[in-house]
Design a protein around this ligand. Structure first.
Ligand code: UD1
Length: 446
């Protein structure tokens, strides 16, 4: 990393006082659970410094100052606000209020507004996570910013780096590639990330296999999720057992679909739904509906029949089946409710990236309705099958997964400590760029 700093001719500038200043970006729903553990690890570091260094004159200069920026890419209470409560995230220090738009308009708006923030805050490090438009927008701005005539700029740290679907028609794939190539520190979640970055010529001294901060969140909140009453609300509880007692919960499947490639054409969307027909005859299929998907259901006039707990205001309908099963539409769910539903599901069918990883960690069979995955570890050692989107393939994959004996190996470093590793590397890298700053805590502390 020191080499990289020298080769770019840039020295860390950042805050004018002696605090190391880290600015973290969130924008869209999948960002919140990836960032929460990083903020918690920073707080823990600061607490340790405060406790250990009480009475020592230098302690105040060794804290990390953290700024949370929300771009506003997602803005609904159900897509954003509720996650701040569930994950104990602090209120954003800065909200850019960008909102929806075409990719170009949304990304451009993020970039225009973020430039002012970074110039005002002058952080030492900008942390971006995942592959959404907020990620690429803020990484790109940071890579070209200049705080002074020598071209000082913050370090760019990309969390969840190196994932590749090798499908450039996916907007996220472009976001991943560009973000990785302008980043200084690349934190990867699985070994495929190291291979991919190496093939693209990225110097491996910038790449760190730290684990998965989304899994940090899952492990932190797994037990708390049992307090959710979502199973009762959806009529899935059969007995009077406690929430954590799976025996008192009726078997059900969980479905999410939001990718434009899956829901933006009527035929494509219907093909996936047809692949689910058999499943929906045997199990209630709980389907929390993303706003984009909600819009398409309306536009295409898809006919679901009203379920008892569907989002009534939207006139949702559920497809009838035997035993009172069918597809049960709900509004988007909060983090803890969704985690509770994943934990107890017989099977999860999804086109999300993160859910493939979460089900691997929970040992729940997952069918991914996409042609590829950027997260191969979930297939190689996890619980995931990539089915494609054709009716027969989806149906066959579901059958296979329902017969599956639970067997999953936890990928390397998915142990709840990814965020602590990241914060440690950020501190060490910052100190090596700024020799007057000594490492704030010894490596062994993390
Ligand atoms: C974005 C990410 C995607 C991620 C997904 C999770 C990009 C390129 N895509 O896709 O990788 O898997 O988030 O949800 O960044 N909308 C609302 N309320 C909101 C947010 C969005 O109604 O709070 C509606 C708007 O009509 C908007 C549409 O959803 O146009 C899509 O939102 P957008 O942020 O453009 O992308 P997502 O499809 O959510």
């Amino acid at each position: 990393m020191q080499q990289e700093t020298e080769s770019t001719g840039r020295k860390g500038q950042g805050s004018q006082d002696h605090h190391m200043k880290i600015l973290t970006i969130v924008g869209a729903r999948p960002n919140f659970m990836k960032v929460a553990p990083i903020i918690a690890a920073i707080n823990k570091h600061n607490d340790r410094i405060a406790a250990g260094a009480a009475g020592q004159s230098e302690s105040s200069t060794e804290m990390i100052q953290h700024i949370l920026v929300h771009t506003g890419q997602h803005y609904d209470e159900l897509m954003s606000g509720s996650f701040f409560n569930d994950l104990n995230l602090p209120k954003p220090d800065v909200h850019l209020g960008v909102g929806s738009g075409s990719h170009a308009a949304q990304t451009a708006e993020i970039m225009k507004k973020f430039e002012g923030v970074i110039l005002a805050e002058k952080p030492d490090v900008v942390v971006v996570v995942g592959d959404v438009n907020s990620t690429i927008g803020c990484a790109l701005v940071t890579s070209k910013i200049s705080f002074d005539s020598s071209g000082s700029r913050p370090l760019i740290a990309h969390v969840e780096s190196g994932l590749r679907s090798f499908d450039r028609s996916m907007p996220e794939e472009i976001n991943r590639i560009v973000t990785d190539h302008v980043s200084d520190l690349l934190f990867v979640t699985e070994e495929s990330g190291i291979r991919n970055l190496s093939k693209e010529g990225v110097s491996l001294d910038r790449v760190h296999l730290v684990g998965n901060t989304m899994i940090d969140s899952l492990l932190t909140f797994k037990d708390k999720a049992e307090e959710s009453t979502v199973c009762e609300k959806l009529g899935l509880r059969t007995g009077s057992g406690k929430n954590g007692d799976s025996n008192s919960i009726r078997p059900y499947a969980l479905l999410t679909l939001h990718r434009p490639s899956n829901v933006d054409t009527r035929d494509g969307f219907l093909s996936i739904l047809a692949g689910l027909e058999e499943l929906a005859k045997d199990f209630p299929v709980v389907f929390p509906v993303h706003p984009r998907t909600r819009q398409r259901i309306k536009e295409f006039g898809l006919d679901f029949h009203a379920g008892p707990h569907a989002a009534k205001s939207n006139g949702d309908r559920k497809i009838p089946g035997n035993h009172g099963a069918g597809i049960m539409l709900t509004d988007p769910l909060g983090y803890l409710d969704f985690l509770c539903l994943m934990k107890h599901a017989a099977i999860v069918v999804t086109d999300s990236g993160g859910i493939q990883e979460e089900t691997t960690c929970l040992g729940i069979p997952c069918v991914t309705v996409r042609e590829n995955t950027e997260r191969p570890v979930t297939v190689e050692s996890g619980t995931n099958v990539v089915a494609g989107t054709k009716k027969e393939k989806v149906r066959e994959a579901i059958r296979r997964q329902l017969r599956r004996k639970s067997s999953a190996a936890m990928p390397k470093n998915w142990d709840g400590k990814a965020a602590a590793r990241i914060v440690e590397i950020l501190i060490q890298t910052h100190c090596s760029r700024n020799p007057s700053h000594q490492p704030l805590i010894p490596l062994s502390c993390v």
